[in-house]
Design a protein around this ligand. Structure first.
Ligand code: 6PG
Length: 247
């Protein structure tokens, strides 16, 4: 990955990363009284984004976005009910959707709790085709991603056959090394079609993977975040000093 493909900014701590991510979002999203364009974003899972979602719902940010024009999707979801502590939807609902009173019509939950994960993947793919007016590959305005200590992103894990998927938009995962093992995930082509991919990575446990992803020579199949290459000026990394310490 050469330098022109991405910008990486290092911040003092997790809170500063969350604030910076909120500023990127607010400056990209439709503003009150501005154009009526839709803004479609895929949210990241895990714990890192929570402070970012809470910042967006804060008094300092909430009035700077025309929320009725924003549609929320998910980059991945665990195969648990929407009210389960492991649910990415549950975290986003508590930190963002409920405080901002986001209409349910603007939230596209991945129904990974369906017994048949293949059917759930097909179901979400249909929702994407409808929401993106039949675009073969949906072009999200923004995709938020995290990264695990092994370099995984969304639910694309090292060595997974899902990394080679180039036709489907959404696939099931049944052997994720990060519990729970069963998940749904967007595929690499969808991530790379985004107008902007914003990674957030914090914590010293991410430092080795981050160095490998941004500067190393290992295969992207070993460090799946390395597969995310939407193109020049369409990829940004916001990291704290602990995660960026090896760069
Ligand atoms: C998930 C996430 C996953 C996450 C990373 C980082 O559902 O687990 O999509 O890709 O972003 O594992 O997780 P933390 O933010 O909790 O470190």
């Amino acid at each position: 990955m050469n330098v022109a493909d991405y910008a990486v900014q290092v911040f003092t701590n997790k809170g500063a990363v969350a604030h910076a991510a909120a500023e990127v979002f607010v400056n990209l999203a439709p503003q009150p009284g501005g154009s009526r364009r839709p803004f479609r974003v895929a949210l990241a899972g895990g714990e890192t984004p929570q402070a970012f979602y809470e910042r967006l719902a804060s008094a300092e940010c909430r009035h700077r976005v025309a929320w009725e024009q924003v549609s929320f999707f998910f980059g991945d979801e665990r195969a648990v009910p929407p009210d389960h502590p492991d649910s990415n939807y549950r975290m986003a609902h508590g930190a963002l959707f409920r405080p901002l009173d986001i209409s349910g019509e603007n939230v596209y939950r991945m129904k990974a709790d369906m017994p048949d994960l293949e059917a759930a993947a097909a179901d979400y793919e249909r929702e994407l085709h409808t929401a993106f007016e039949g675009e073969r590959v949906p072009h999200f305005d923004m995709i938020l991603l995290g990264m695990g200590p092994d370099g995984h992103t969304a639910s694309l894990f090292p060595g997974s056959p899902a990394l080679a998927e180039c036709r489907r938009l959404v696939v099931p995962v049944t052997d994720a090394p990060k519990p729970p093992p069963r998940r749904l995930t967007l595929t690499v082509p969808v991530l790379n079609a985004a107008r902007l991919v914003l990674f957030m990575a914090t914590g010293a446990d991410k430092a080795q993977a981050l160095r490998e992803v941004l500067k190393g020579t290992a295969s992207p199949d070993q460090y799946p975040a390395k597969h995310v290459r939407p193109g020049p000026e369409r990829l940004a990394w916001l990291v704290d000093e602990a995660a960026g310490g090896a760069l």
